[in-house]
Design a binder for this molecule. Structure first.
Ligand code: CA
Ligand code: CA
Length: 183
């Protein structure tokens, strides 16, 4: 569990910075897309593969756009990129990842996934199984047993803009630390 007072965006940065050198590189995102491509058995040329890789790449380029021109993103740049009150390119790119990931996870034309499809998606990205189950409950805000893009975006807004740790807004980066269940 994050320490009380720790900002969720800083928690995500620390989580993504796996080698603890204080900066993020493309590799910290690239492996997420590749996990999904491999798990779902997608070919390089498949539309879904191209859409997903493009979505993560656009997100990465949007982060870099706020940086110093290098191919790395430090914590300050990362923080500022996610703190805009008027969601900008980073948020739009995040929306693109949501769409691409849900398509791969089995969302049909209605763009929504079932509990099982969502669970498989999140655990493939590295979210622990119990946390993935809790994330679905949070995400399914209208309780219809499926989650769609708007419900994922609501979680992202909660996590990045409202700084709500309980919002599963970073699940597409493999992070969710749900609050402990009530006693
Ligand atoms: Ca790093
Ligand atoms: Ca729903």
């Amino acid at each position: 569990m994050p320490a009380i007072g720790t900002d969720p965006v800083r928690t995500l940065f620390t989580f993504l910075d796996a080698d603890r050198d204080g900066v993020l590189g493309w590799g910290d995102y690239h492996h997420l897309a590749e996990r999904l491509v491999q798990h779902y058995g997608l070919s390089d040329g498949a539309y879904e593969t191209i859409a997903l890789r493009s979505a993560y790449t656009l997100y990465w380029r949007a982060l870099l756009a706020g940086g110093d021109g290098s191919e790395q993103v430090d914590e300050k740049t990362f923080f500022i990129a996610h703190c805009l009150t008027d969601p900008g390119p980073v948020f739009r790119a995040l929306n693109g990842i949501v769409h691409a990931a849900l398509t791969i996870a089995g969302a049909g034309p209605e763009n929504r996934v079932t509990d099982m499809e969502c669970h498989q998606l999140l655990t493939t990205l590295g979210v622990a199984a119990p946390a993935a189950a809790q994330a679905f409950v949070w995400l399914d805000s209208d309780n219809d047993g499926k989650v769609g893009c708007a419900e994922f975006v609501r979680a992202a807004e909660g996590f990045f803009l409202l700084r709500d740790h309980s919002a599963p807004g970073a699940v597409l980066f493999g992070l969710y630390e749900p609050p402990p269940p009530p006693p």
